[in-house]
Ligand binder design. Structure first.
Ligand SMILES: [Fe+2]
Ligand SMILES: [Fe+2]
Length: 187
């Protein structure tokens, strides 16, 4: 399997927007935390999270290729791990009306949107610091559809049925994970 360093170098060679890289780092750390909860392969889940949006600057006008292009770049590095490659590709499936199939893919699906909501919640705090954000305040903003409208609540809610984690615990796990890398993501 490719190393974290290879994955990080690949991401940085394809993505120039700092905020997008921060989003990828957020999803990486949350995927690692979720893998730990499920006693799954933490390094593999983390790499899938790190790379899921890595081709965005190349595919933003060609959404059907989103995530597929990244999976191909990873293949070109010699990667053959089907779970890893399909994990990345699964991020683009919704464009084809396909749903995630595995626990890893559902984790990516749900936490992708939640990381955006958490960032938005932090940015409206006076300090703008993730360390000052509570689970309660994320949960309070959750039903406010006009707040961070791009963070699809219905996608996040799949954590309950598909992952068996209630929303409050899902927010707790994700927020704690992101707090560990607050400096790296500028929060
Ligand atoms: Fe994406
Ligand atoms: Fe994403």
């Amino acid at each position: 399997m490719i190393t974290r360093l290879q994955a990080f170098d690949l991401l940085n060679s394809k993505m120039t927007n700092k905020n997008l890289v921060r989003h990828c780092l957020s999803v990486e750390v949350v995927m690692r935390a979720l893998a730990k909860c499920f006693k799954a392969d933490e390094d593999k889940w983390a790499i899938v999270g790190l790379l899921h949006d890595g081709d965005y600057e190349f595919t933003k006008d060609d959404s059907r290729n989103h995530a597929k292009m990244m999976a191909n770049w990873v293949r070109e590095l010699g990667e053959t791990d089907t779970e890893l490659l399909e994990g990345i590709e699964s991020h683009g499936w919704f464009h084809e009306g396909k749903l995630p199939k595995t626990q890893m893919q559902w984790s990516l699906f749900c936490c992708d949107e939640l990381t955006g909501l958490i960032v938005a919640c932090a940015l409206v705090l006076p300090s703008k610091h993730l360390s000052d954000l509570s689970v309660e305040s994320v949960l309070k903003k959750f039903p406010q559809k006009s707040f961070a409208a791009g963070a699809k609540r219905e996608d996040i809610m799949h954590c309950e049925k598909e992952l068996g984690i209630n929303l409050s615990d899902f927010v707790q796990t994700s927020l704690s994970a992101m707090q560990q890398i607050a400096l790296d993501i500028g929060l």
